[in-house]
Design a protein around this ligand. Structure first.
Ligand SMILES: Cc1ncc(COP(=O)(O)O)c(C=O)c1O
Length: 296
């Protein structure tokens, strides 16, 4: 039988034994902080990409929700590595989640805090190599409706509505604008555009500042590309040669078109960045080794 353990409130237990009450605060109101992290196979065994940065963001998100986390960052890091080892996975997706538990009523004050980590093999997130995107009829959450640097479950109703809208419009993925009509991000990805030797990406404010976005900015600069963070409007799309999404799940995914704007050039720079990113996460580039946390 295939092993499938999770780490739940401090212990490794089988997935089927991890139960939560029906009157769970986070189930009803979205009061959970979570992360999406990937572990990759490398010549020196499995390694987790930018684990510490993800754990820092997880703690930040939980703090935004007013949670006092009952574990240290070191405990979470060791639990994550131990879980992957216990499940015997060479590569996997990692989902830590901290959630308010058994309590009804909107204020979470006094609710128990639960902490789970699950891992599972997860291949390509966006089906194709060159996806189509549809500008959603819903705007990205207003930056003053929450703390945009936090990854909080409740925010994702916005991503879900945008994704349903994209499916209805026969596109692979949604693209959300901000309240001013500027391009913000995908439902679970940041976005970049390319013109000549320059990359353009929306400024922080109405986006989740992705860890992959940060990695790609560093990699692009190392490859001598210029990176500009600026407001980008859908009316300007025709001036860009290429576009791509970035995210832990999506990695670097080339965009073929956004609504009727087609990026017909060869996507050479997206392909180069994608390859360099994949080489980095698979431990093949020495200078990016500090981003890897090996499971010994
Ligand atoms: C809304 C949103 N934007 C962007 C991203 C990309 O972030 P990261 O690169 O940290 O995975 C994600 C994924 O976590 C997301 O959910």
């Amino acid at each position: 039988m295939k092993k499938n353990f999770v780490w739940f409130d401090g212990k490794f237990i089988p997935l089927e034994a991890a139960r939560v009450p029906l009157l769970n605060h986070s189930l009803h109101y979205g009061s959970a902080a979570f992360e999406g992290i990937r572990c990759y196979d490398t010549p020196d065994g499995p390694a987790i990409f930018r684990l510490k940065t993800h754990v820092d963001r997880l703690f930040h998100s939980a703090e935004v929700l007013g949670m006092k986390i009952p574990y240290s960052r070191e405990t979470v890091i060791e639990a994550t590595k131990g879980l992957i080892k216990k499940n015997g996975l060479p590569e996997c997706y990692i989902r830590p989640i901290i959630f308010y538990g058994d309590k009804m009523g909107l204020s979470p004050v006094g609710a128990p805090i639960n902490f789970a980590i699950a891992v599972w093999p997860w291949g390509k997130y966006l089906g194709h190599d060159k996806v189509s995107a549809h500008i959603a009829k819903f705007i990205r959450l207003h930056h003053r409706s929450g703390v945009m640097s936090a990854k909080i479950s409740g925010y994702y109703f916005n991503s879900i509505l945008a994704s349903l809208d994209a499916t209805k419009n026969k596109a692979d993925e949604a693209l959300l604008l901000d309240d001013r009509g500027c391009i913000a991000e995908g439902p679970g990805e940041n976005i970049f555009f390319v013109r000549g030797k320059t990359l353009f990406t929306p400024k922080k404010g109405s986006i989740l500042p992705g860890i992959t976005r940060d990695s790609i900015i560093k990699i692009a600069k190392d490859l001598d590309y210029k990176v500009v963070e600026k407001d980008i409007r859908p009316s300007e799309l025709a001036k860009y040669d290429e576009a791509f999404f970035t995210g832990t799940a999506a990695e670097v995914t080339t965009i073929g078109k956004i609504n009727r704007a087609v990026f017909s050039k060869k996507s050479k720079i997206s392909a180069e960045l994608s390859k360099t990113y994949l080489d980095a996460v698979h431990g093949k580039i020495k200078k990016y080794q500090p981003w890897l946390d090996y499971i010994k």
